[in-house]
Design a binder for this molecule. Structure first.
Ligand code: PEP
Length: 253
């Protein structure tokens, strides 16, 4: 049984006061950390204050970054390096979110560079993949997503792969209120696991978490998370309210 992982992606929402208030509510909620891993991903400027807020959880409530520079150091105005993120207590990074791919033009090559850099610093990676509506309607979604997985994980060695969670996030489901059906999501997760088996062998692939993202809410979480290859959720909009986020965490058990 793979322990589920629920991560709240706050995107460019919540300032320091709002973010620390929400983190405090999650911290003080009753969460059975033996049966679920939980993370929150605030924007860069409040990573440190959120980390301080949840310090008493002793890392059980993980603080996750939404992005990282592909470069280690130097003249890259506006960027934040992996060592900077590590220095403020971040333990995982979301890489390749569709908003980064589509709005900021991140390629599979850049994403792969970020993945390898993050892993080399000992942090965990949440690698996001997902097809557009056009690709789904053209019936090329399996091909698109498995290619994103293979390219994102290129040259990631087997001794680092356990630090990786794959997040399947169909672009047409993100922020739209229309989630993938449990059956469609399961079909894609099974394909991703097949790809992971071909890259890392069945024993390793069966340990890896593949989480679903795209309009997850408390009322659809159970159906999604009951699927055999869905091992948690990456949650956007519904992670901004403690009641909704905690509702999803409770359904993941
Ligand atoms: C996301 O952006 O990662 C996401 C899944 O958003 P939402 O839950 O709002 O669809």
């Amino acid at each position: 049984m793979i322990k589920p992982y629920i991560v709240g992606n706050w995107k460019m929402n919540l300032d320091a006061a709002e973010g620390t208030e929400l983190a405090g509510k999650i911290l003080h909620a009753s969460i059975d950390y033996d049966s679920v891993d939980v993370g929150v991903a605030p924007a860069f400027p409040i990573l440190y204050s959120v980390k301080q807020t949840v310090a008493s959880s002793k890392g059980r409530l993980a603080v996750v970054a939404q992005n990282v520079s592909a470069e280690e150091k130097g003249a890259f105005t506006g960027e934040s390096s992996i060592s900077m993120l590590k220095s403020v207590g971040v333990t995982a990074v979301i890489i390749g979110h569709s908003e980064r791919r589509q709005i900021f033009g991140e390629t599979d090559q850049t994403i792969n560079k970020k993945v390898r850099l993050t892993l080399s610093y000992g942090l965990n990676v949440i690698l996001c993949v997902g097809e557009t509506l056009f690709e789904r309607e053209a019936d090329s979604h399996f091909e698109t997503v498995t290619a994103q997985v293979a390219k994102g994980l290129k040259d990631v060695p087997v001794d680092k792969i356990e630090q990786v969670t794959v997040a399947y996030e169909p672009v047409w489901a993100i922020g739209t209120g229309v989630n993938a059906s449990p059956a469609d999501a399961q079909a894609m997760h099974a394909k991703i696991r097949e790809m992971l088996k071909s890259l890392y062998g069945p024993v390793m692939a069966n340990k890896l978490r593949i989480i679903y993202g795209g309009s997850v809410k408390p009322d659809n979480a159970k159906g999604l998370m009951n699927q055999p290859d869905i091992n948690g959720a990456l949650v956007g909009g519904a992670s901004l309210k403690s009641e909704d986020f905690l509702g999803i965490i409770n359904f993941s058990k």
